[in-house]
Design a protein around this ligand. Structure first.
Ligand code: GDP
Ligand code: ZN
Length: 363
């Protein structure tokens, strides 16, 4: 018996006669929440028998979070801070007043692309506080954070459905890391020219509820205008598995860029085309950051008991679980599990959640 199970067995013993009361409470909750939402419009009465269906329907109706937050007005900082374009050891390249200059970092610090820094002569004197980050565990020491890029408005996860095949678990992991770092997620599905029909996109359905999804093809140009609109006046990082078309997208968005394409396939060694993150100035306060192709994305400093916070589609259901600290895995009367069974919560997402809890508990 693991510690979760032990704890919940105890809870069950304590709360056994709560069942009926709880059911009534849940029916009441649904009734109230629907009343609030529909502001008095007519609907079927909510009873102890049908509250589950009604709350499923309500959760399905919640639309995708399609609009991006406007760029904040207090950013960039009013100082004449420079922005870090690339980092190589203690040397780094920055933009300052429209010019690219090379500077050195004298103290040891984990500088990242996108950082705002102040400069004196040829060296950095201060790194300004970060607004958002995208980070992962350092590959050489997983207890340390490696910041992939800083001060991002949007993290664009580029995926392809066919070649390379879609990896929903990587989307799930990036989505957690993006939420934790404070930037907004955007899913960009490239190479749609390779798809025979829309049925091949069904695996993406769970994500349409969670973040804006843009379908595009650098071959046909489809979706590129939507992407241009989404990145405008923002700092965005492109992340994803190598070979999905990140460099192709950057080149397509700005014809002056000439990033090398598809070295992965030519060399056949599985090595990444891009080796470090680089920031590109697209003008009009638009900065795009190319990041190294990533196959595995570790999660930094994450705890099993707070993981559910990063699965927003569980949040409403979790309010109905019998136990306040329900793990949504083993407990009886778990509304999250019930909605997974009914199909209101995508089973694939719950499956990722379960695997991550198991991974994190094993550590
Ligand atoms: P990166 O590793 O993510 O930077 O991917 P690349 O931009 O290097 O592209 C990898 C391969 O995918 C190259 O052979 C590109 O020509 C190809 N590619 C990129 N975009 C598309 C697309 O929209 N459709 C198709 N069919 N192939 C693409
Ligand atoms: Zn639960």
């Amino acid at each position: 018996m693991d510690r979760f199970e032990k704890r919940y067995r105890k809870d069950i013993e304590k709360h056994l006669d709560y069942d009926t009361m709880k059911l009534r409470k849940q029916a009441g909750n649904v009734r109230r929440s629907l009343k609030k939402k529909s502001k008095g419009s007519r609907g079927k009465p909510v009873t102890e028998e049908n509250w589950e269906d009604v709350s499923d329907q309500a959760s399905r109706k919640r639309g995708p979070a399609l609009d991006l937050r406007p760029p904040t007005s207090d950013w960039p900082p009013a100082t004449d801070a420079a922005i870090v374009i690339s980092v190589a050891g203690a040397r780094c390249r920055v933009f300052q007043r429209g010019q690219e200059i090379d500077v050195v970092l004298r103290q040891k610090s984990d500088l990242a692309v996108g950082d705002r820094v102040t400069i004196a002569g040829d060296h950095i004197v201060a790194v300004l506080p970060r607004r958002t980050v995208l980070s992962r565990p350092d590959p050489s020491n997983r207890h340390r954070q490696r910041v992939i890029a800083a001060n991002l408005d949007v993290v664009i996860h580029v995926v392809s459905v066919k070649a390379p095949p879609l990896r929903p678990r990587l989307i799930d992991r990036f989505f957690i890391a993006i939420q934790r770092g404070g930037a907004q997620p955007l899913l960009c599905v490239n190479k749609i020219d390779l798809l025979a029909d829309d049925a091949e996109l069904t695996a993406l359905d769970p994500y349409r509820e969670l973040m804006p999804v843009i379908l595009c093809s650098t071959k046909t140009g489809e979706g590129l205008d939507a992407l241009r609109g989404a990145v405008q006046r923002r700092t965005c990082a492109l992340v994803g598995h190598s070979g999905v078309g990140k460099s192709s997208i950057l080149n397509a968005l700005d014809r002056r860029l000439q990033l090398s394409i598809g070295e992965l396939h030519r060399a056949g060694t599985g090595r990444h085309t891009t080796t470090a993150s680089t920031l590109y100035d697209f003008g009009d306060e638009t900065y795009l950051i190319d990041t190294p192709g990533i196959r595995e994305f570790g999660l930094w400093n994450l705890r099993a008991d707070t993981l559910a916070e990063y699965f927003p589609e569980f949040a409403e259901a979790a309010e109905w679980c019998r136990f306040n600290d329900c793990s949504h895995l083993h407990e009886p009367d778990c509304e999250v599990k019930r909605r997974v069974t009914s199909g209101a919560i995508p089973a694939a997402r719950h499956d990722t959640y379960r695997r991550l809890v198991e991974d994190l508990s094993a550590k």
